[in-house]
Design a protein around this ligand. Structure first.
Ligand code: SF4
Length: 367
C-alpha cells in the first residue's frame, strides 16, 4: 500500500564549514547587513533572499543573476542549507507524503505534506524530539535532541516543494517539538516565511500548536508585527476536560493548570481576535464519555473555539486505543449539543507511518 523512497544518506560536510551560518537562517534585513559588510549593494539582499525563499534555488550556483565572484564569496561565508531529505513515504490512498529529514548533526525530524485539491499543507517540526512527555506521542519517547533553527524549519517546506511541487500555501507547526519552547526561532521562522520577497505565506495560513505553555501563549498574544498583533492561528492541545485527567496523559498539566491555561487562551483571543482551536485526541475509555463532553464544553463556553477531535494514533508504547468511528461522531454531536463546535480530523496517509515520530523511531533517532 505504501511507496517508500530512500533519497540519500545524511550528508556530512567538512569540519571547516561546520561553524559557518546557514544562509537560510537570516531574515532579509540581516542578509542585507551581512552583504553590506561584504561590500555589496543592499538590493542584492532582496535578490538572494528571493532565490532562497521563493525561487527554490538548490545551490548558490542556481543564482544566475548573481556574479560568479559574489557566488564564490557567498560559498565562503555561508552554508547553503542544513537540512537534507532522507526518506519519503507516499500514501497510495491519498498522496500524503511523510518525510524524514536529517540535519547537519544527523538529528532526524519528520514532516508531512497533505494535499487538498490544488493546494497543500505542510506539517513541520520545530524541535528534534520533544521533552514534553505526552503519553500518546511517539516524538517524545527518546526525549529532546535539540531545538531547530528558523532556517531548518523553513527548509522543511522548501524540500517538500522540491520533492512534490511548489504549492504549499498553509503551514502547521504540529510535528515533533513544542514550538513555544523554541520561541525565538519560531518567531524568526514566521518572519522569514511571511516576507513578501520570499515565500510570502500569509500569517493567517500559519498554525502554531502548543501543548499549553502558558507564558508562551501570553507572549505570543503580545507580539507586534508591523503595528499589529500576530494573525496566526493558535491550536492548544487539551486532550482532557479537567486537570485530573490531563495530568495522567500530559505532564505539562502539572505545571500549568487548566484555569491558568484557559485564562491565557482568553487573553490570546482578546488580543488577536483569532478563533482558537483546541486539539482533543480521543482515547477510548479515557476521555470520550458524555460527562467528558459536558465538562469540556463548560470549559470552553464563551470562547470562540473549535474543538478538533483526533482519534488517537495507535502508538505501541502508549497503550491507548482509538474509539470506534461512531463514538467519535457521537462525542462531536454531544459537544455541539452543549454549544461547542467540533470537527473530526480527516485521516490522511493512514497507510504510512501515521503518528508523528513513528518514522523517526523506526529509523533510529540519529542516523
Ligand atoms: S504531542 Fe507535541 S508537545 Fe506533546 S510530546 Fe508530542 S510533540 Fe511534544
Amino acid at each position: 500500500m505504501t511507496a517508500t523512497v530512500f533519497i540519500m544518506p545524511c550528508l556530512r560536510r567538512k569540519m571547516s564549514t561546520e561553524m559557518m551560518k546557514d544562509i537560510y537562517d537570516l531574515t532579509k534585513t540581516e542578509l542585507g547587513e551581512r552583504l553590506t559588510d561584504m561590500g555589496e549593494r543592499p538590493y542584492r539582499a532582496k535578490q538572494i533572499f528571493s532565490w532562497l525563499h521563493e525561487r527554490g534555488a538548490s545551490s548558490f550556483d542556481d543564482m544566475t543573476d548573481i556574479s560568479k565572484d559574489l557566488r564564490k564569496r557567498l560559498k565562503e561565508e555561508f552554508i547553503f542549507g542544513g537540512l537534507f531529505l532522507d526518506t519519503v513515504q507516499i500514501s497510495k490512498l491519498d498522496g500524503t507524503r511523510k518525510y524524514l529529514f536529517a540535519m547537519e548533526d544527523k538529528a532526524l525530524i519528520e514532516g508531512v505534506r497533505m494535499k487538498y485539491r490544488d493546494w497543500s499543507t505542510a506539517c513541520i517540526s520545530s524541535q528534534a524530539g520533544c521533552a514534553m512527555g505526552c503519553r500518546f506521542c511517539a516524538s517524545t519517547i527518546s526525549g529532546l535532541d535539540r531545538d531547530m533553527t528558523a532556517g531548518e524549519m523553513a527548509q522543511e517546506i522548501y524540500l517538500m516543494e522540491r520533492d512534490a511541487g511548489n504549492n504549499i500555501s498553509n503551514v502547521v507547526i504540529m510535528g515533533s517539538g513544542e514550538p513555544l519552547l523554541n520561541y525565538d526561532n519560531l518567531m524568526r521562522f514566521i518572519d522569514i516565511i511571511t516576507d513578501p520577497d520570499g515565500k510570502g505565506i500569509s500569517q493567517r495560513n500559519i498554525t502554531v500548536s502548543t501543548c499549553g505553555i502558558v507564558p508562551g501563549i501570553r507572549r505570543l498574544a503580545e507580539e507586534n508585527r508591523n503595528g499589529g498583533h500576530l494573525q496566526i492561528n493558535l491550536a492548544i492541545s487539551l486532550h482532557a476536560p479537567n486537570d485530573e485527567k490531563r495530568k495522567k496523559i500530559m505532564p505539562v498539566a502539572e505545571k500549568y493548570g487548566m484555569d491558568e491555561l484557559m485564562d491565557a487562551a482568553r487573553f490570546y483571543y482578546e488580543k488577536t481576535h483569532r478563533r482558537l482551536t483546541f486539539e482533543y485526541a480521543l482515547m477510548a475509555g479515557e476521555n470520550d464519555s458524555e460527562e467528558d463532553a459536558r465538562e469540556l464544553a463548560g470549559r470552553l463556553k464563551g470562547l470562540n473555539a473549535l474543538v478538533n477531535l483526533i482519534p488517537v494514533n495507535p502508538v505501541r508504547e502508549s497503550g491507548f486505543r482509538r474509539p470506534e468511528r461512531e463514538n467519535c461522531v457521537s462525542f462531536k454531536n454531544k459537544l455541539e449539543n452543549f454549544g461547542i463546535n467540533g470537527s473530526i480530523r480527516r485521516e490522511l496517509g493512514s497507510d504510512i507511518d501515521g503518528a508523528c515520530g513513528q518514522l523517526r523511531m523506526r529509523k533510529g533517532k540519529k542516523s
